[in-house]
Design a protein around this ligand. Structure first.
Ligand code: SAM
Length: 444
């Protein structure tokens, strides 16, 4: 197979970027513009030397997926944020279920989602400054490049964030701010982080590369929409969007986010700072958090001690405190850890200390809850959890690939747990992302 070849293939699944994935002999072909079940005549435009993989474009589509629609966003295709936008929402959800089962072997009892259009749900959003002074745009990196696609009028961002981003872009143009250029390391304004409570309050963090000669103060003075603005500096190359320092410029430095479980009428209000972790879709995440501290059928868990690993903004910590006498959160990000009254600490170290001391107060927890980042728990933490052998372990995962690996370590031959249930949560409609909660019980 070589670039320029044409062939006819049927897409069987969808990649996380929204490309149809077909197989041809041993080769996996990713086809932009083909949905699962659609057959097309395609032209190969790239063949990988490392993997049996090729990329192709559709020349002629021979049939149409019943859920296909014209993507509602004008940036679709350039902005890679919403890979599933060519499908309607019911088809997206159906596809997520199928992919979890077929690709990862994760059988969920249901996929929980909210809303009929899957728009305006993002309560947190990050943007990259790009363009030139006076012609600045705020957008996101295009796949595999440092080229930036405009996100002006983004349909999945909460309208309050979309309006605050428009105002920021206009202000940056008015003060002729210089966007940072990743290729030569020159420039000033770099990233913007937005968070909203969904009721008009927007918190903004601006990250600049310039520590001294920056336009950030002039920018902040012009903005009327954010209720609080913070400034961080990151002068190093690379995609780390957090600044190394963060200082308040004006207004409030946290916002109150309400996590309510609509079915049970319980709400937790938590305060999140400008760079703290916030699930982008608090409405659906709320339901996931409430499930995470329960049993699959919905019953409440009680006990003496619960550990809350990767506690972030602390929603689960607070839910657990309603029913457990002692709840120990562990979180490495300083801003979030301190808000929980804990010192920032890595889970590896936290569990290592508990396991090293047989008399440790937390050596025999009744429940362990874990919500790790994309990389999952990993070998060390899974080994530690196997040694801890808690009677219950509830995990929330944002990446099925790492979840499957963790489940193999926890429930396989050397594991001390058994899987009793799994549920999916459609926290990011229009994207292939799905959040999964799994419930495990100790084997002995
Ligand atoms: C997916 S978030 C979940 C946060 C929280 N449970 C929530 O839903 O709001 C993962 C969190 O783990 C933290 N984190 C990442 N690696 C960590 C580690 N090795 N030890 C402790 N915390 C870590 C991050 O700062 C982040 O807050």
């Amino acid at each position: 197979m070589k670039p320029g070849d044409t062939l006819t293939v049927m897409a069987e699944s969808l990649s996380k970027h929204g490309d149809g994935v077909a197989t041809h002999g041993e080769v996996e072909i990713h086809v932009a513009g083909l949905l699962p079940g659609e057959t097309g005549d395609v032209e190969i435009d790239y063949v990988s030397k490392q993997k049996p993989r090729a990329h192709a474009q559709v020349l002629v589509r021979r049939n149409t997926h019943p859920g296909r629609r014209p993507a509602p966003c004008r940036h679709h295709g350039r902005c890679n944020g919403c890979g599933l936008m060519d499908m309607d929402l019911p088809s997206q959800r159906q596809l997520k279920r199928v992919e979890l089962e077929r690709t990862w072997g994760i059988m969920i009892d249901r996929l929980v989602g909210e809303g009929a259009d899957g728009r305006g749900y993002r309560h947190s959003s990050k943007r990259v400054f790009a363009g030139s002074p006076g012609r600045i745009k705020l957008g996101s990196y295009m796949r595999g490049t440092h080229n930036v696609a405009d996100m002006d009028g983004c349909l999945v961002d909460h309208p309050d964030i979309a309006a605050a981003a428009d105002e920021l872009a206009a202000a940056a143009n008015a003060v002729r701010a210089v966007p940072y250029d990743e290729t030569d390391g020159e420039g000033d304004v770099r990233y913007a982080w937005f968070k909203t409570d969904g009721r008009g309050q927007v918190l903004l963090a601006i990250i600049t590369a310039e520590p001294c000669h920056t336009t950030v103060h002039e920018l902040a003075a012009r903005l009327t929409r954010p209720c609080g603005i913070a400034w961080g500096v990151n002068a190093r190359p690379g995609n780390d969007m957090r600044g190394t320092t963060l200082r308040p410029l004006r207004g409030r430095q946290s916002i109150a986010i309400e996590f309510e479980d609509p079915a049970r009428g319980e709400a937790i209000v938590t305060h999140v700072g400008p760079l703290g972790f916030l699930q982008p879709n608090p409405r659906v995440a709320s339901i996931a958090y409430h499930d995470l501290v329960r049993v699959p059928a919905g019953g409440v868990l009680h006990g003496r001690t619960a550990l809350d690993l990767y506690a972030g903004a602390g929603v689960t910590t607070r839910l657990l405190r309603r029913h457990f006498t002692e709840v120990a959160p562990c979180e490495s990000f300083p801003e979030s850890a301190r808000a929980l009254g804990a010192e920032p600490q890595l889970v590896e170290e936290f569990l290592g200390n508990i396991l090293a001391d047989p008399q440790h107060l937390h050596r025999h927890p009744d429940l362990v809850v874990a919500n790790p980042p994309r990389g999952g728990l990993g070998t060390t933490v899974c080994d530690q959890l196997n040694l801890l052998a808690a009677p219950r372990l509830n995990i929330m995962s944002c990446a099925p690939a790492s979840l499957v690996e963790d489940l193999r370590r926890l429930t396989g031959e050397h594991g001390r747990y058994r899987l009793i249930g799994a549920r999916g949560f459609d926290t990011l409609p229009q994207t292939s992302h799905v959040e999964v909660v799994v419930w495990l019980v100790g084997r002995t």
